[in-house]
Design a protein around this ligand. Sequence first.
Ligand SMILES: Nc1ncnc2c1ncn2[C@@H]1O[C@H](COP(=O)(O)OP(=O)(O)O)[C@@H](O)[C@H]1O
Ligand SMILES: [Mg+2]
Length: 249
Amino acid sequence: MRGAAAIGPGTGTGTAVRVERVSKVFGRGEAAVQALKGVDFEARQGELLMIVGPSGCGKTTLLSVIAGTLEFNDGNVTVFGAGLHGMTRSEVTAFRGRHIGFIFQSFNLVPTLSAVENVSIPLLINGVARREAEARSRAMLEKVGLVGRGGDTPLQLSGGQQQRVAIARALVHEPSLVICDEPTSALDRENGRRVMELMHEVARAPGRCVIVVTHDSRIFRFADRMAEMDDGRVARVHETHETYEAGDH
Ligand SMILES: Nc1ncnc2c1ncn2[C@@H]1O[C@H](COP(=O)(O)OP(=O)(O)O)[C@@H](O)[C@H]1O
Ligand SMILES: [Mg+2]
């Protein structure tokens, strides 16, 4: 995996993610849907970048491409200096396991595992011993406000609690890049604020970056910059959340 040694925390400021002319088509022939139509944008180290835009405009597709969980048709994606287009599938998987935390819209928790076991997964993948992994997972669950629920399985938890388990799992291995698809969709105001404060703290750490897709106007104030997507493209990037909110939406 070329370039892997030079990336990760501590690399200072600069570009975290560079997306150039990325296109993605689902399906073939008459059923083909072009979800991404030449996306260009950058996320910087040390920032929390929010991506907003109408339903169906390609936000989840773009996040999946950046996370390396979805192959794209054309263009380049570079994450902390490593080009995803130049890697094999197993290199992408290894890269993602070490450097990327992903919070899925649908949480994707393992139903048969407890909250602590779910959160431990990225640590175990990275070779951390089980006892240490579970201690770190419990501490991360406390940070997202889930105290004393570590032994519960997803079905024993509310939607908001499951979402916080998913958030803890995305952060526990301290990935350089955290990617979140609607991370506060199931959370009340207080837990939404707590989670976004945590995301903001993560984004500020040297050599890290957080990208959040959201519809939730309550959390816009946590954005350093906002990228507006429309019909498969990033149409505009706002340097502050105020300039976005001052526009007509
Ligand atoms: N797996 C898929 N197969 C076919 N079409 C898809 C698939 N995933 C997404 N799409 C289509 O791609 C477009 C963008 O979807 P998506 O990225 O989920 O949008 P958003 O997250 O902004 O709501 C939509 O037209 C959607 O129907
Ligand atoms: Mg979506």
